[in-house]
Design a protein around this ligand. Structure first.
Ligand code: ATP
Ligand code: LTN
Length: 360
């Protein structure tokens, strides 16, 4: 598994000998805005990796229906998600940006991979255990259980093709996705073993300093759209006033010293990580800059950095959402590009598994 040492630069890809290495990632359209954890843990890397990789990025609406949902809300949030990705710098000319349900091969490969996944293996996924516990009695679906298998299909459809060129394959995600990536690697290897070499096992690309941004009010818990309280989460699309207030009110400890200490100063440590990741300044330099000055100035300046990052993204997102037809055309273009690759992969998979070809 590769660890990104500096979040803003992609992994070294070595001298080019053919097509660029590939990268794929996905995000669920399950909120009205992405949050700071999504941005630092994953989305910023999506943008950076476009420079060195052939990129496939999808808004995973099939995953979003694994828990109860409202259809109109899902449609709106899918567009809001895509608009934010574009506003953050995903370039639809360089990367295939698409909606998962527009490429039906995702569900088809998920079926095949599901037939290679052990029941116990799927049951060990910690995210399934957490999420199913939250659904209450009777609420857990088979879809939620097989969620990681669909994720494996999302990834493996875009596995680099045989031939010259880089066969490395990166998946930029936050720390909480590590176990799902391990399952994907296992399924890739199992398929290859049974049916012949087909898939490259992907590597998680997890940023070193920002893999787990924590809740501003509960600094030992992950910042999460489903679990954090409104005061604990910074939304990318949030208005500047409330955003500033939340940072000023972030939980710190009773001391006054700005110092990195995960055990005794979890709140300050989280804020230092955020500051460092956004400004590109090493944590030691921030400690030297703010050390004895108290939390007030530190938080005020952090708020300015967060606002500077998100304000242009919020403005661009609003503009993109104002022209829905154009946004839908961008997504259709992405689905065409992704679909061409997915169809090639599925042709190979169908043949290897033993399905009779349809003929021409
Ligand atoms: P939920 O908690 O409701 O499942 P989420 O807020 O964790 O949702 P996801 O849509 O599951 O968000 O995650 C999208 C991407 O953001 C994933 O790659 C995930 O690893 C990353 N991510 C999510 N939360 C954080 C966080 N607090 N710190 C770093 N990365 C994160
Ligand atoms: N489970 C992921 C979302 C996701 C994903 C993917 C991430 C679905 N398919 C493929 C990377 C690659 C999450 O963020 N919770």
């Amino acid at each position: 598994m590769s660890e990104a040492s500096t979040p803003s630069t992609g992994p070294s890809t070595g001298p080019s000998t053919g097509p660029a290495p590939r990268v794929l990632s996905g995000i669920q359209p399950t909120a009205d805005s992405f949050h700071l954890g999504n941005y630092l843990g994953a989305l910023r890397q999506w943008v950076a990796l476009q420079d060195t990789h052939q990129a496939f990025y999808c808004v995973v609406d099939l995953h979003a229906i694994t828990v109860e949902h409202d259809p109109e809300l899902l449609r709106r949030r899918t567009r809001v998600a895509a608009a934010q990705l574009l506003a953050m710098g995903v370039d639809p000319e360089r990367s295939a940006l698409f909606v998962q349900s527009h490429v039906p091969e995702h569900a088809e490969l998920a079926w095949v991979l599901g037939c290679l996944t052990g029941f116990g293996e799927a049951g060990r996924m910690t995210q399934f255990k957490d999420k199913s516990a939250k659904q209450g009695t009777g609420g857990t679906t088979v879809g939620l259980f097989t969620y990681p298998v669909l994720q494996a299909a999302d990834i493996l459809l875009y596995s680099p093709e045989p031939g010259p060129g880089e066969r490395t394959f990166h998946v930029p995600v936050g720390e909480d996705q590590r176990q799902h990536l391990e399952l994907t690697r296992t399924l890739a290897q199992r398929f290859n073993h049974r049916f012949g070499d087909t898939f490259v096992a992907p590597e998680a690309f997890i940023p070193a300093g920002a893999a787990k941004i924590t809740d501003l009010q509960e600094p030992t818990a992950k910042m999460s759209k489903s679990a954090s309280s409104p005061q604990g989460i910074i939304d990318v699309l949030e208005e500047p006033g409330p955003m500033r207030k939340k940072i000023m009110r972030a939980v710190t400890d009773t001391g006054t010293e700005v110092r990195y200490d995960e055990e005794n100063k979890a709140g300050v440590t989280n804020l230092l990580r955020i500051f460092s990741a956004l400004e590109g300044t090493p944590i030691a330099d921030l400690e030297a800059r703010y050390g004895d000055g108290g939390y007030g100035t530190f938080k005020k300046e952090l708020a300015a950095v967060v606002l500077d990052t998100f304000e242009p993204i919020r403005e661009r997102t609003a503009k993109l959402l104002a022209d829905e037809e154009r946004l839908d055309r961008v997504l259709a273009h992405g689905a065409e590009r992704a679909g061409a690759v997915a169809r090639r992969t599925m042709d190979v998979v169908r043949d290897r598994v033993g399905f009779v070809g349809r003929g021409h």
